[in-house]
Design a protein around this ligand. Structure first.
Ligand SMILES: NC(=O)c1ccc[n+]([C@@H]2O[C@H](COP(=O)([O-])OP(=O)(O)OC[C@H]3O[C@@H](n4cnc5c(N)ncnc54)[C@H](O)[C@@H]3O)[C@@H](O)[C@H]2O)c1
Length: 327
């Protein structure tokens, strides 16, 4: 850590679940050469908020961390997004290092520069692009991750496979038992391949997320991010098939993969179609209020839009038709 992100003082920030497991180890390893203090916030997606941002920022100000200090974020995607946003804004931006501890964070959140918090108007609507100086991934952290959280991380890996690599999709299914048992070599390969895909495909990463964001808005915190992403991918693939964009059978294969990792394939409650469409229009990635989707053509290959764009506008009637099953 000192090598990747040198500083005279470190603020280690983590959530209340991860703190008792790993925070002291990280803090102690830094404290050999620098001053390292620990700050925690309550775990949970609902704490990825401006209130947590303000509270933690005030604590750093009170402890007089300056621009020569660095922050170390230790935790899942909530910690990465929240702490990254604190680093982006603290004294107009300071360095931070990210130690992802959930599978979702390792394969997805830790790659890229997106930071931010949720608001009552929608998720991730306030934030900044501020990449960590370095990411330090220790796969051993996965040993304490609850099974539902491991599955939520697999939703992101399945997405990477669908958008870029059909062989990887088959591999994930073939190795499902080894993955669920957290076999070190299998998981290391998976993290490596997903990180490669996440860093090279950009627009295609929207696949599943348009519907997932709306689902999360409507179901509040009943679905984990990864669970909503899984259902979002399934419904968007169905939408693609209904519009003749996605080859028949792709949605069924995605549904089977979600099932193999015990991810939900249906929303936990009935959905108000008008509210779903409204939520999609407010999404951080919507353009001029138009909802666009990144849709697969086949497993491992994305479809291109009218002028070769990576996202496609589909008729609202088709979206309503797919959602009608749950209304
Ligand atoms: N910035 C990005 O590129 C990006 C990409 C995808 C998702 N996200 C965001 O990531 C968030 C979801 O991430 P998440 O699923 O990691 O959520 P999370 O950070 O809430 O972690 C899930 C749960 O697992 C716990 N946990 C984490 N690591 C653990 C470990 N090793 N042992 C035991 N418990 C552990 C956490 O305390 C939490 O309760 C969402 O807010 C989403 O918007 C960001």
């Amino acid at each position: 850590v000192e090598h990747a992100c040198p500083a005279a003082r470190y603020a280690v920030i983590t959530d209340s679940h991860v703190a008792p497991l790993y925070a002291e180890r990280v803090r102690a390893s830094l404290a050999t050469s620098a001053d390292a203090e620990l700050f925690t916030f309550p775990a949970g997606e609902w704490n990825k908020s401006r209130e947590s941002w303000g509270h933690l920022t005030d604590q750093l100000l009170q402890r007089q961390f300056d621009r020569e200090s660095a922050i170390v974020a230790v935790g899942g995607g909530v910690t990465g997004d929240l702490v990254g946003f604190i680093a982006a804004t603290y004294r107009r931006g300071i360095r931070y290092l990210y130690v992802p501890t959930s599978l979702l964070a390792m394969v997805d959140c830790a790659v890229g520069a997106q930071t931010g918090v949720d608001t009552q108007f929608g998720r991730n609507l306030v934030g900044a692009f501020h990449p960590p100086r370095a990411v330090v991934t220790d796969l051993e952290a996965l040993s304490t991750l609850p099974p539902v959280q491991l599955a939520a991380g697999m939703a992101a890996a399945i997405k990477h496979a669908v958008i870029a690599d059909g062989g990887y999709f088959e591999h994930l299914l073939a190795r499902r038992d080894a993955i669920r048992e957290r076999d070190a070599g299998t998981v290391a390969d998976l993290v490596r391949r997903s990180v490669e895909i996440k860093s090279s495909c950009t627009a295609a990463l929207r696949f599943g997320q348009t519907l997932a964001g709306a689902l999360q808005d409507l179901t509040k915190y009943e679905l984990l991010y990864g669970e909503a992403l899984g259902i979002g991918m399934l419904l968007e693939a169905e939408l693609g098939e209904a519009c003749g964009i996605t080859n028949p059978g792709v949605a069924a294969r995605i549904g089977a993969a979600l099932d193999a990792f015990r991810l939900p394939i249906e929303p936990p409650q009935s959905l108000d179609t008008d509210r779903m469409i409204d939520a999609m229009r407010r999404d951080a990635a919507a353009q001029h209020g138009t909802v666009r989707f990144a849709l697969p053509k086949a497993l491992g290959a994305m479809a291109a839009g009218e002028l070769g764009e990576p996202t496609i506008a589909v008729p609202e009637s088709a979206v309503r038709e797919v959602l009608s099953r749950f209304s």
